[in-house]
Each structure stands twice: as structure tokens, then as C-alpha cells.
Design a protein around this ligand. Structure first.
Ligand code: NAP
Length: 303
């Protein structure tokens, strides 16, 4: 089975139904050849959209991915690259950073995007996200950076991550380019975005939210507290009634079955888990099944 496509807005862009994230790349122990194979096999499964951030791996993951693209440049046109900017970490790789902070000045956004282009070994970023809301964010400054990057052809689309509805609303009101997603933490383990206006705001603006840690960052499998056990039981019951489907597939299908067009971001470095995720696209949950999982997550039925 191959992953489907989804348009993040009615005008595009066209991304894979699942995005593959590279936050944990340094823990996967892959050589450049292993990474090229993993990218190729993911592309064969229809997963073409890859999520990065300047800071992943303490500013090393983009470069590791870029080394794969340098060796296999033909892969670039088959994929969409997402990356993020705006967080400044304390890191040996950034010795001039003295405190962890955010920077959404036009100068930093442009410099960060240009560095991402260089280390990723690409001439364009398909989607650039502001990683977190910056309390000192000047929306007009962000607008200026986005316009300059777009007119130079360096970044094709723009979005945000971890923005509240009002922060997203403010930015949308001031930029000249469409904001095409808000990438937020969302999974059966973290259902708050459906109740704090985050998903509503995306639906209102007809943009698809992306869900990071779409399997709870692995805690769905490793967790043994009361809630994790209850959730695993509920997912297993639904999985059994769908024809013995594993809980990862049911948890992802729960996101896919939401009408907001949620795009889950996967964090695995194992191809068999990517393949399993793609199979979840075939699962249709009834309302009763969907609400049983919600109730297990919250520990209570809806009022
Ligand atoms: P995730 O898919 O929820 O969690 C990945 C973890 O779960 C890995 O350790 C993986 O281990 C484990 N896992 C996956 N399937 C499993 C299974 N069937 N059984 C047991 N363990 C399993 O996603 P995430 O890595 O937390 O986040 C995904 C991506 O979202 C990141 O790579 C990054 O691109 C993005 N992200 C964005 C933000 C943001 O602020 N915008 C924040 C965090 C993450 P294996 O590798 O061993 O499979």
C-alpha cells in the first residue's frame, strides 16, 4: 500500500498523507548509505514529505540529511522538505548563544533559512515553519522575512508550529503569504488541540494541521500508567474489531478520521513502522469507535 496525498490548503501544496520527521535521526545510528536507503524506501511507500528543524540533533540533523542528498541528489525532486527556525539553543555548535531563547526577527529567519538551504544541500525549502511563538515576535518583521524568502524562490510555503489560535490569527492578519499549517502536538495521548481552539482555527482558515508526536513520542507503547493501559486496551478492542489491526495503526487512524485533514508526523527510524503507519490510511473508524478512544484518553465519556 502507498500513502495518499493531501493538499494542505485548497490551493496546495500537495504533501504525503504522513510526514516523516527527523528529530530523532541522531539516535538511529544510520550511515549515509543507510539513510539514503531509508529515504528511498519511504519514498517508495509514498512518504515524500520530510520534517526537519535547524535545531534537531543540536544543529546536526539537517546536515546529516544534506549529506544523503549530496550523495543522491536525484532524490530531491521526489520530496518536499519542511524545516523550522526561531529557536536558539545552547549548543557547542552555536557557541555565541548564551541563553535558550526565541528569535523571530527578519534577520534571523532569513539567516536560518539560508543556512538550512546550505546544509540540506538544496536550492529550496518547500515549507518553512516558525518553530514556536516568540513573545517578542513582530508580525510585520516576520512578514518581511517571508516575502523576501518567497520572492527569492528560497522558500515556497510558510507556516507555524505550536501557535495558539490567537497567535496564528495575528500572524495571518499581517503576512502577505498564506500560512498553510500549524504543526502542534496531537495524538490519542494529547487531545487538547481539539478543545483549546487550535484545530478549530485551522479548520476556520481551511489549513491542515500537522500533528507532531503522533504516537505520543513512543509513550503509547512504553507507558504503563493507568491512562496508557486504558488507552492501549481501547485501541486493541477497536483494532480487533477492524480485523486484528495493531494499536499504532488504530491510533493514527484516529487522527486521520478527524475532518480537519490532520497530517501526522511520524518519528520512527524503522521502515516496518512507517509501512504500518501507511496501512492505517485504510482504516475507517465508526463514531462509536472514535469516541471510545477519546473517552479512554480523557478517562471520562463526553458530557
Ligand atoms: P512519534 O512517532 O510519536 O514517536 C517516535 C518514537 O516512538 C520513536 O522513539 C519510535 O521508536 C517510537 N515508536 C514508534 N512506533 C512504535 C511502535 N510501533 N512500537 C514502539 N515504539 C514505537 O513521533 P516523535 O518522534 O515524537 O515526533 C515526530 C516528529 O515530529 C519529529 O521527528 C519531528 O520532526 C516533529 N516534532 C516537531 C515538534 C515541534 O515542536 N514542531 C516537536 C517534536 C517533534 P523507533 O524509532 O524505535 O521506531
Amino acid at each position: 500500500m502507498k500513502s495518499a496525498r493531501i493538499k494542505l490548503t485548497d490551493k496546495g501544496p500537495d504533501f504525503s498523507r504522513f510526514v516523516l520527521g527527523f528529530w530523532r535521526l541522531t539516535t538511529w545510528g544510520m550511515t549515509t548509505s543507510d539513510l539514503i536507503r531509508f529515504i528511498e524506501e519511504s519514498l517508495e511507500l509514498g512518504i515524500t514529505t520530510f520534517d526537519h528543524a535547524d535545531i534537531y540533533g543540536s544543529y546536526t540533523c539537517e546536515e546529516t540529511f544534506g549529506a544523503a542528498l549530496e550523495k543522491a541528489p536525484h532524490l530531491r525532486d521526489s520530496m518536499q522538505l519542511v524545516t523550522k527556525c526561531g529557536i536558539k539553543l545552547i549548543s557547542d555548535n552555536r557557541p555565541n548563544h548564551t541563553i535558550k531563547h526565541y528569535d523571530t526577527s527578519a534577520a534571523h529567519i532569513i539567516a536560518s533559512a539560508e543556512n538550512s538551504l546550505k546544509v540540506l544541500n538544496t536550492d529550496r525549502i518547500d515549507l518553512l515553519l516558525i518553530h514556536r511563538h516568540d513573545p517578542l515576535m513582530d508580525p510585520d518583521d516576520v512578514a518581511e522575512a517571508f516575502s523576501k524568502l518567497r520572492s527569492a524562490g528560497k522558500v515556497l510555503h510558510f507556516g507555524v508550529s505550536n501557535f495558539t489560535p490567537s497567535q496564528l490569527d495575528l500572524l495571518i492578519s499581517r503576512v502577505d503569504v498564506p500560512i498553510i499549517t500549524n504543526q502542534v502536538e496531537f495524538s490519542v495521548m494529547h487531545v487538547e488541540p481539539m478543545f483549546d481552539g487550535t484545530i478549530d482555527m485551522c479548520q476556520k482558515n481551511c489549513i491542515s494541521p500537522m500533528a507532531w508526536s503522533s504516537l505520543g513520542g513512543g509513550s503509547l507503547f512504553s507507558g504503563d500508567d493507568e491512562r496508557a493501559v486504558r488507552l492501549k486496551n481501547a485501541l486493541s478492542v477497536v483494532g480487533a474489531s477492524l480485523g486484528d489491526k495493531p494499536i499504532d495503526q488504530v491510533a493514527l487512524a484516529w487522527l486521520l478520521n478527524h475532518p480537519a485533514g490532520i497530517v501526522p508526523v511520524l518519528g520512527t527510524g524503522k521502515l516496518e513502522r512507517v509501512r504500518s503507519a501507511v496501512e492505517s490510511e485504510a482504516l475507517e473508524l465508526s463514531r462509536e469507535q472514535w469516541f471510545a478512544i477519546l473517552a479512554a484518553s480523557r478517562g471520562i465519556d463526553v458530557p
